[in-house]
Design a protein around this ligand. Structure first.
Ligand SMILES: Nc1nc2c(c(=O)[nH]1)NC1C(S)=C(S)[C@@H](COP(=O)(O)OP(=O)(O)OC[C@H]3O[C@@H](n4cnc5c(=O)[nH]c(N)nc54)[C@H](O)[C@@H]3O)O[C@H]1N2
Ligand SMILES: Nc1nc2c(c(=O)[nH]1)N[C@H]1C(S)=C(S)[C@@H](COP(=O)(O)OP(=O)(O)OC[C@H]3O[C@@H](n4cnc5c(=O)[nH]c(N)nc54)[C@H](O)[C@@H]3O)O[C@H]1N2
Ligand SMILES: [Mo]
Length: 635
């Protein structure tokens, strides 16, 4: 049978998919205007995950160092007793939820634990730094329709590796190029951007704000700025004053971009016609990631490319903007006015010092031990509380659990979800029964809630879906029929230069922070970038054997003393791991590139040696500011 469903993985392409349940194949829905009949490798191979021998398909309870299978009644009975005891001090409960699965029903655990008054986490491992930067500039999160890239004369892509993170944006860009759109990409190199770019500019990691400021400097010097654009901004004199006081050569030196290249970027923005700006997620995973995004947005604005067809600045939209909440329909429990919040990026230390202590932890959709910095500290801290992990695989987080509950995975449950790139809402229909004893997260919580001494009752699934769709007036019945629905938003964001701030004006950044000087003991920078093969840590275990690979450029100073063929260790202030080194052209000399997601249990998880540190905005994670070195000697 062929069923129209959708991908619930944390990826902006959010594809509508056709699943053939007999042949166990997946392809893109040809009727979906964004998916256009094809899907990426991680979607196409999803049956490998569903049918994997490694999958957990029955509840497991800890017995000493290992786990024993049990039935749902026993598992949920045990959990309900622990939760009832912990409810006496609601803060002693901690809920940690990632975006391992998305959707309207996917918010169930968040809504459930909010009702219990549980502690939660703050801080972000993904895109909040860039979002906060865009909110400060535009006053609201929005961008042109992704299809508008077809109207661009030029695209300046600041570090988005679409060959891996978004093959559907890549397809649009390729289509645009066929009709003459030119693409310039800026990145530390070693990625897939040359595949779709006419020109590549190599930049020192973390320093895009200086290149953007250099371009602004050239705009100021050229002098023919659009007065209408400037009247639509609240603080142009502040930015002009700041840039006036900076020297073009110093700015180029700060980002290691040759003056000719910075002039070229300026020309791409200054020439006749419209230039779209794409802002990748990588450049906001740095200490001054927010400022990087703000200066890039400022170039798009000053060059007159905001609010116009073929222009715009694409960071992302909110995947929840077309969906509403159903939390108010829950019965029982009481949402408190404030909740205790622990900093996600430093969860190990936060758990250790929590007062009152955390006694009960529920983790779902998040391989938190593997994906947040200093993961080993998180693993260690999870030993004390009673920990429930809802996950289908024995990954680094599940191994810390007292009870592991097997969730139904995508295609085995129903949900509805949006995208952080496009404006379609997709139905993720149930194509298959859950494998083994697995159950949808929503069911698990509904069952658990009804077992509590003071029950917490979830509405039925369809009520939640219908409630969630009210926000965008999408009809549930249309969704059932077509598998997707378009939610209308203006094709061009910020037309007439009206922004989301109360006064309707745009805001420029007013400070440019210097990049911290490199530490002589750790002169390189570790970039743990996405992999095209899988989503984050959702990697088959068989693919994780052996020593992980890092890539460095031919001009990397480590090569002066390093024998790349010998045993090599990647060393940070937090520890060391063995790696294999590949040397290639075009990488910035400071960059050490590693594809993220490998598990610590196989000696692969880089977050074991990445220090907790926050970015300049919204408590994002400065993963890519991690200083490191490579050496042959085991430290
Ligand atoms: N070093 C480093 N680390 C990073 C980053 C980085 O740049 N560098 N960036 C990060 C980014 S961008 C992000 S978004 C985060 C991602 O961090 P995570 O959200 O932890 O991402 P995943 O590794 O995909 O883990 C999701 C988990 O959800 C599980 N899952 C899948 N479907 C379901 C379901 O239906 N129900 C339940 N209960 N579980 C399910 C999967 O099996 C998987 O174990 O990590 C970040 N970590
Ligand atoms: N296949 C696949 N697709 C995914 C995901 C996945 O895990 N696998 N994850 C999804 C999620 S949650 C996210 S957040 C996105 C992430 O998608 P990406 O934007 O690709 O994010 P990153 O992997 O963090 O960033 C990698 C890119 O940023 C560049 N970069 C790093 N530092 C800098 C810098 O300082 N300046 C510039 N100009 N460039 C820099 C790198 O060269 C690389 O090309 O992908 C989504 N899509
Ligand atoms: Mo992310």
């Amino acid at each position: 049978m062929k069923i129209v469903t959708a991908c619930t993985m944390d990826c902006g392409d959010a594809c509508s998919l056709l699943v053939d349940t007999e042949r166990r194949t997946v392809r893109g829905n040809p009727k979906h205007p964004f998916t256009k009949g094809f899907c990426c490798k991680k979607g196409a191979r999803y049956f490998r995950r569903l049918d994997s021998d490694e999958r957990v398909v029955e509840p497991l309870v800890r017995r000493g160092e290992g786990f024993e299978p049990t039935d749902w009644d026993t598992a949920l009975g045990l959990i309900a007793d622990r939760l009832d005891a912990a409810r006496r001090v609601p803060e002693s409960i901690l809920h940690v939820h990632g975006h391992g699965y998305r959707g309207i029903l996917g918010t169930a655990s968040t809504n459930f634990f909010e009702r219990l008054g549980a502690s939660t986490v703050y801080g972000c491992v993904c895109d909040d730094t860039g979002i906060e930067a865009c909110l400060r500039d535009f006053g609201v999160l929005n961008h042109n329709d992704p299809e508008d890239i077809l109207n661009s004369d030029r695209v300046v892509n600041w570090g988005r590796d679409m060959t891996r993170c978004s093959v559907h944006q890549l397809a649009l860009l390729k289509q645009a190029r066929k009709h003459g759109t030119e693409v310039l990409s800026i990145s530390p190199g070693g990625d897939g951007t040359p595949e779709f770019s006419d020109v590549n500019v190599v930049i020192r990691p973390g320093t895009d704000r200086f290149l953007a400021a250099a371009v602004l400097k050239l705009f100021l010097e050229a002098g023919d700025l659009n007065p209408w654009v400037l009247t639509r901004t609240a603080n142009w004199p502040a930015l002009r004053g700041l840039v006036d006081g900076l020297k073009f050569r110093d700015l180029c030196a700060a980002c290691d971009v040759p003056a000719e290249d910075a002039e070229m970027v300026y020309e791409w923005y200054a020439e006749r016609g419209n230039t779209a700006t794409v802002v990748g997620w990588g450049l906001q995973r740095h200490r001054f990631g927010g400022e990087n995004v703000r200066f890039i947005n400022a170039v798009a604005m000053v060059s007159g490319n905001i609010g116009v067809r073929g222009g715009g600045a694409y960071f992302n939209i909110s995947s929840g903007r077309n969906l509403g909440s159903w939390a108010h329909l829950i019965e029982g429990g009481e949402t408190p006015a404030t909740r205790r919040r622990l900093l996600l990026q430093d969860l190990g230390a936060e758990l250790r010092r929590a007062d009152p202590p955390v006694d009960f932890v529920w983790i779902d959709g998040h391989n938190v031990v593997n994906q947040v910095p200093d993961g080993l500290a998180v693993a260690e801290a999870l030993a004390a509380p009673f920990t429930v992990v809802v996950d289908g695989f024995l990954n680094d987080t599940a191994l810390c659990a007292d009870v592991i509950l097997p969730p139904a995975l995508m295609f085995e449950r129903r949900d509805v979800l949006g995208s952080y790139v496009h404006n379609y809402v997709n139905l993720c229909d149930r194509a298959l029964p859950p494998r083994g004893l697995a159950r949808p997260d929503f069911d698990i919580l509904a069952d658990l809630g009804s077992r509590l001494r003071e029950p917490v009752r979830l509405p039925d699934e369809e009520t939640c879906l219908r409630e969630g769709l009210k926000a965008s007036a999408v009809s549930f019945d249309e969704l059932l029929e077509n598998g997707f629905a378009r939610v209308n938003h203006p094709f061009v964001a910020f037309e007439n230069l009206v922004f989301g701030h109360l006064d309707g004006l745009y805001r420029f950044p007013e400070a440019l922070h210097p990049e911290p000087a490199p530490d002589p003991d750790f002169p390189l920078q570790l970039l743990t970038v996405v992999s095209g093969e899988s989503l984050h840590s959702q990697i088959p275990e068989a693919d994780q054997r052996g020593v992980p690979t890092v890539r460095i450029g031919r001009t990397n100073p480590a090569l002066g003393v390093l024998d790349p063929q010998g045993d090599v260790y990647l060393v940070t202030d937090l520890g060391a791991m063995q790696v294999r080194v590949e040397v290639e052209d075009g990488l910035h000399p400071r960059a050490v590139l590693m594809r993220r997601g490998g598990w610590m249990k196989y000696g692969q998880g880089a977050n074991a040696i990445i220090h907790p540190s926050v970015t300049d905005m919204a408590f994002g994670t400065a993963y890519y500011s991690q200083a490191c070195r490579l050496e042959n000697r085991q430290p």
